[in-house]
Design a protein around this ligand. Structure first.
Ligand SMILES: [Zn+2]
Length: 328
């Protein structure tokens, strides 16, 4: 994904303008809520060890770069995991043209859980990894693929654990889990070169008669040891109510990684989903004090299991579990 620097500045300006024009009370009450958050015992426990093992399992295939054997093997694995846990699974195959002309043999994999439920929510993550570690400090490594333990693997790991929980716990809404392909074969100078799988899915329903879910939640880079989740700009703009609901749940559970701060604007899969009419937020780790705007190992050969932390996976996974699996 790509950070939009100019929009980041706009979002920051907007936030400061808003707090000068009547929203100051809201901001300060949110801060109070965060500082008073208590740790509550969840009714259904998200298993972070299991989520961690699902991230490891993906890395065991190697980098999941489109057109490689590791990528094809991992696609089969993801499909079988969703099926094993009781979902109606569709694999949407497409040959997608990357900015450099490469045709990417892509697989969007979707599992529909409890298909009889009319009211539905979409949970999604990209599962491919970047072919080039072109943000590595060591220039000689720029042509090596990224392992993508965090960038790709972490979001999918959390959702695979959600899938495992869905097998035995009936959710309060129907859940569609969508693993999108070909997100990360992009050019930093071409906005729409990213999220090719999402672009395809947004324009081509994976099956006839698919009814759009009420809203979506995208997970991206949710596993780094120092992960911080601020409120991404497009998420607030398209689906502010969902952002508030998710952040309030996380803070109620005591997860201080979810902060009440406006984040930058990110070109990520959720933008496509929003543009097709499904309000969608992005839970994504953004850093104010990093030169790229993301975690330090972003698009480097250092995006490996060493920095994946169970507490980050748990903060996101338990929040979703509490939202959708605990009876209201
Ligand atoms: Zn990436």
């Amino acid at each position: 994904m790509l950070i939009r620097k100019y929009l980041y500045i706009m979002a920051t300006l907007l936030a400061s303008t808003m707090s000068c024009s009547g929203s100051a009370n809201k901001a300060s009450s949110e801060q109070t809520a965060a500082s008073e958050s208590t740790t509550v015992t969840p009714g259904i426990k998200f298993n972070a060890d299991s989520a961690y093992a699902f991230v490891q399992r993906q890395c065991d295939f190697g980098p999941r770069v489109p057109n490689t054997q590791a990528h094809r093997d991992c696609a089969l694995y993801l499909e079988s995991e969703l099926r094993r846990n009781g979902a109606d699974v569709t694999v949407q195959k497409a040959s997608l043209k990357a900015f450099d002309g490469t045709m990417l043999q892509s697989f969007n994999i979707i599992g529909e859980f409890y298909p009889e439920k009319k009211e539905r929510v979409l949970l999604l993550a990209h599962w491919d990894t970047r072919p080039w570690a072109d943000r590595d400090e060591d220039e000689s490594k720029h042509k090596e693929p990224v392992m993508g333990a965090n960038d790709g693997g972490s979001g999918v790991g959390v959702l695979l654990e959600m899938a495992r929980l869905l097998r035995t716990n009936e959710p309060n809404v129907g859940i569609d889990i969508l693993f999108l392909d070909s997100e990360d074969w992009g050019s930093y100078s071409v906005d729409d070169s990213w999220a090719l799988g999402a672009q395809y899915w947004a324009n081509n329903p994976h099956r006839e008669g698919y009814v759009k879910p009420r809203y979506g939640i995208l997970l991206d880079m949710v596993g780094d040891i120092d992960a911080v989740f601020s409120k991404e700009y497009f998420s607030s703009r398209y689906a502010g109510g969902i952002v508030d609901k998710v952040w309030a749940t996380a803070q109620h559970l005591g997860y201080s990684r979810f902060v009440n701060r406006e984040g930058g604007a990110i070109t990520d899969d959720h933008l496509q989903i929003n543009q097709m009419g499904i309000p969608c937020i992005d839970i994504i780790d953004m850093r104010e004090n990093s030169s790229t705007g993301f975690f330090p190992m972003w698009h480097t050969t250092g995006d490996t299991m060493e920095r994946i932390d169970r507490t980050s996976l748990e903060a996101v996974g338990q929040t979703l579990t509490t939202l959708f699996l605990e009876k209201k």
